[in-house]
Design a protein around this ligand. Structure first.
Ligand code: CUA
Length: 612
């Protein structure tokens, strides 16, 4: 990429932003669809239910936001990497331990578990770009159940999380190469040789969903970016893009845009699995890492358009689609051709022992989609939809003929996009959401800290049409849309499933046990009181409260808010939570129920008496 080209791109982007600022605030101009028709398509009458759920990553809020489609109504927030007092997440012992001392995460890319390449509605995985973790949310109760990590050797887990066809693995990797193992010091001048990237597969237990490290592969010091798992014929492969193949440091906007191409990384995870099994690995950072210098046939590179931001596999698993955000083309690689090139060793070089495949031998097409292409989703009619960041538009194009058939402008600067089940083997079509970075002028002003914009687009017809604008807290990266009837969440935790060893179900079993300075309280929350209502301890005691909500009625949550002790735990019906603290402040401290539960909710209170 020549610098002049880059400057033209930047100039175009700046112009696009300023043009946005001048738009009419009432904002209906430029909307293609008939407003009344659009309103009918998104209106979900009171009491009626949406057809789809959408799970949006909450970026550096650390959360996942759940909306209904087509109404775009916000239904729920699932706290993942950040404490959330609304649901008591991060305040009880169990969730505190899961958060591992971190108070934030950068929730990036959600990935619903799959069976045979289709969403199965069991779990939602989401990556943490900041602290190198992977979380698993159970879609049975919409709660975070596991946080895996920090993952050894993985630094900036941005290129994550994407599940393989039967959720054998969740893909992970390093956005930022660093000296390995973590904790090693090397000067920045030695970046090109002594810093390393890693791509990884986190194994998922098919019954419990529990995560363990499957394999890691040592990679050159590039910046690894979004990926996708293969499907059908390519199901044993995982793909990522990378940028900064220059191995540059400093101002990457200049230093990492010198070459003409970056790469798509292709990993045969079956071969990675085998290499680990055969003992072909090194121990780095306490885990098994495959070095491609020593192990052949595991990883290959395909030259792609400059500075790609992701790769997407077509529903039939035949095409590998990568967009270079500094060019106007999307590159389509042919999986069969890739296998042939590997077999014939049609290589043009290597990077730290990783073969680089001959571009002309593996490429099927360069689709001229528009400026700043980022990500691609699919429908049920053989079309692909690519987000165009610089152009602020979505391009619709045909797989196989590579012809761009429609384009719709969005407001403004689209990043990700998501179509209904649009990254599975059987996309639904119907709806697509443009996740835009800027929203100015399209909502009531809330001051300098603006929400993010999401635009719902109808993709059921030949032409795309804009249906609805909605907003969300910072900052959705990727999102996934699943048919609502694939989920069947529970409404209470059945009593017989409560395995908490300290749970009690009868008020007369409530007790306080003192053991030296340790005080254990077996407590119950039920409409509309706590049992016990008074807890007396001595200053300096370690207090542990096992609080069971014995309700078995939908919506009957109770909270335990303790004044000036910075504690709020919410207990769902049938649930037991452990509240642990040191009574380090003497005096009398009221506690009360924080969730409205009955006409006598206000009366649901008690006192902690801390004797000096
Ligand atoms: Cu229990 Cu309010």
């Amino acid at each position: 990429m020549k610098h002049t080209t880059l400057f033209v791109m930047i100039a175009f982007l700046v112009t696009a932003i300023f043009m946005g600022c001048g738009d009419d605030k009432k904002g209906r101009s430029g909307v293609r669809s008939d407003v009344q028709e659009a309103a009918q398509k998104v209106y979900v009458a009171p009491g009626d239910l949406d057809e789809y759920y959408v799970f949006k990553s909450g970026g550096h809020s650390g959360q996942v936001y759940v909306y209904g489609i087509p109404s775009m109504r916000h239904i729920s927030t699932i706290p993942v990497f950040t404490p959330y007092s609304a649901t008591g997440y991060g305040f009880d012992k169990e969730s505190k331990e899961m958060l591992g001392g971190f108070t934030w995460g950068d929730a990036h890319h959600p990935s619903i578990s799959e069976t045979d390449g289709d969403y199965d509605g069991r779990w939602l995985f989401i990556s943490d770009n900041a602290n190198n973790r992977m979380a698993r949310i159970d879609l049975r109760d919409f709660k975070t159940k596991e946080i895996f990590g920090p993952i050894p050797n993985v630094s900036g887990n941005h290129c994550s999380s994407f599940v393989t066809e039967n959720t054998e693995y969740v893909l992970a990797g390093s956005r930022f190469s660093i000296p390995l193992p973590k904790g090693t010091f090397e000067t920045i001048e030695d970046y090109a040789t002594k810093y390393k990237g890693v791509v990884a597969g986190i194994a998922v237990d098919s019954k419990s969903g529990k995560m363990t490290l499957g394999w890691e592969i040592l990679m050159p010091p590039f910046n690894y970016d979004l990926g996708d798992a293969g499907k059908g014929p390519s199901k044993e492969w995982g793909f990522w893009t990378c940028y900064n193949s220059e191995r540059a440091t400093g101002k990457l906007e200049v230093t990492s845009t010198q070459k003409d191409r970056d790469y798509v990384v292709a990993v045969n995870w079956k071969n990675a699995e085998k290499a680990i099994k055969d003992g072909k690995f090194k121990m780095i950072g306490g885990v098994k890492v495959i070095d491609p210098k020593d192990v052949k046939g595991v990883v290959f590179l395909m030259p792609a358009a400059k500075s790609p931001h992701g790769v997407d596999i077509s529903p039939d698993g035949k095409y590998i689609i990568a967009s270079g955000k500094l060019q106007s083309i999307t590159t389509v690689f042919n999986f069969e051709k890739m296998l042939t090139a590997i077999e014939k060793q049609d290589f043009t070089g290597n990077e730290d022992g990783i073969p680089v495949l001959n571009y002309d031998a593996v490429k099927d097409a360069e689709v001229n989609v528009g400026l700043g292409p980022l990500h691609t989703q699919f429908d049920d009619q053989g079309y692909a939809y690519t987000s165009l960041f610089v152009e602020s538009a979505v391009a619709k194009w045909k797989l196989g003929t590579w012809e761009v058939v429609d384009k719709i402008p969005v407001s403004y600067n689209i990043g990700h996009l998501t179509a209904a089940e649009g990254d599975t083997k059987s996309p639904d079509g119907k709806y697509l959401i443009a996740l835009n970075k800027l929203s100015h002028g399209r909502h009531l002003s809330v001051g300098p800290s603006q929400p993010e914009a999401s635009q719902l687009i109808d993709i059921s017809g030949e032409k795309m049409s804009l249906l609805y604008d909605a907003f969300t807290e910072p900052e959705p990266h990727y999102a996934q849309i699943i048919k609502a009837d694939k989920l069947n969440p529970i409404e209470v935790y059945p009593k017989e499933e409560n395995k908490h060893p300290k749970a009690i179900w009868d008020l007369k079993d409530s007790k306080v046990i003192r053991n030296g300075k340790n005080v254990e309280v077996y407590a119950i929350a039920v409409r509309s009181s706590f049992e016990p209502t008074t807890i007396q301890v001595n200053k300096g005691d370690k207090v542990t409260i096992y609080m069971t909500n014995i309700e078995q009625t939908t919506d009957e949550l109770h909270g335990f808010g303790l004044n000036e002790y910075n504690i709020n735990v919410v207990i769902d019906p049938g649930e037991t939570k452990t509240i642990e603290f040191v009574a380090d402040k003497a005096g009398v401290f009221p506690f009360y129920c924080t969730n409205f539960c009955s006409a006598l909710h206000q009366e649901m209170q008690g006192y902690l008496l801390v004797k000096p």
